[in-house]
Design a protein around this ligand. Sequence first.
Ligand SMILES: NC(=O)c1ccc[n+]([C@@H]2O[C@H](COP(=O)([O-])OP(=O)(O)OC[C@H]3O[C@@H](n4cnc5c(N)ncnc54)[C@H](OP(=O)(O)O)[C@@H]3O)[C@@H](O)[C@H]2O)c1
Length: 324
Amino acid sequence: MKAVLCRAYGPPESLEIAEIPTPEPGAGEVLVRVRAAALNFFDTLIIENRYQAKPDLPFSPAAEFAGEIAALGEGVAGWSVGERVSGYMGWGAAREYVVTGTDRLVRVPDALTDEQTAGLAVTYGTTIHALVDRAEIKPGETLVVLGAAGGTGIAAIEIGKALGATVIACASSPDKLALARERGADHLIDYSAENLRERLKEITGGNGVDVLYDPVGGDLAEPALRSMGWGGRYLVIGFAAGEIPKIPLNLLLLKGCDIRGVFWGAFCKREPARQAQQMGQLLEWAASGVISAHVDATFPLEETATALRLIADRKARGKIVIKP
Ligand SMILES: NC(=O)c1ccc[n+]([C@@H]2O[C@H](COP(=O)([O-])OP(=O)(O)OC[C@H]3O[C@@H](n4cnc5c(N)ncnc54)[C@H](OP(=O)(O)O)[C@@H]3O)[C@@H](O)[C@H]2O)c1
């Protein structure tokens, strides 16, 4: 089978396309023919050994996939060859076949394409956990989304709207904001041209922000935190800007607000039943159009480096998918 391999840490261009043996499923596992694998920002870090997960070399990037079951391992019951499935595996999906345990799989509704389903787990999964479990967001609250046209950002706009929030989308260009508006944002802020704090004060009528979703970090974090309302919840999602902000703790005291961490990978391990329930909710929402499972662009497996370059260069608008 064909696989994208990271044999030595480096930029996307150092990835190789290789022919390797098709794996066989062990007891309790299935072999899945991958039809679509979705990329995430952290794939740009994992191939450079700059991410918290450090797989042994060589490995394939891409944490999530959709496809159909090609073979069943010993003792697997309740699943059949040919069934459409999707799953999350941390890394390793940028290849024609993957072997995985059935506990990591979900069935795919007919209404959804492989491309849509491949990219649902990480960004939408993180966001439903973030907004529901960590922020405890309530209908009518204001939700500010930084990096709003990125993978997690679009998921936050859509799930925020589904949960009844008023969504303020913030991004670095008018075309990114146009996508955020299309996905349902109520208010837009271009933080490359406008003052984030002043605009948030204006839009919230001086009351401040209830929930802030931050996948970007860097220089945006402090003005964003200074914009929180009383009892607000600031969600730490990621650091796409590169710099991990250092926060003056007095701001939390003055605002009576919380900073809450979100770590979806650990949540999946610690609370698998809750995560499965949320994945079911996401598939239902996607199949009925409540969320879009938006895909920005699709590339053949051989062009994985080009696909990852879009994300690394801040040019992706939502999910980037590769097709083996
Ligand atoms: N906590 C968790 O469990 C969890 C789960 C999933 C992802 N994450 C993390 O969340 C972050 C965002 O992931 P994502 O999939 O949404 O990424 P993405 O699709 O690449 O979006 C990230 C956004 O960040 C902004 N950005 C600012 N500076 C950037 C830079 N130097 N390079 C790239 N983007 C930059 C961009 O928006 P503008 O151009 O509009 O500023 C971009 O749209 C990553 O750090 C990822 O590891 C965390």
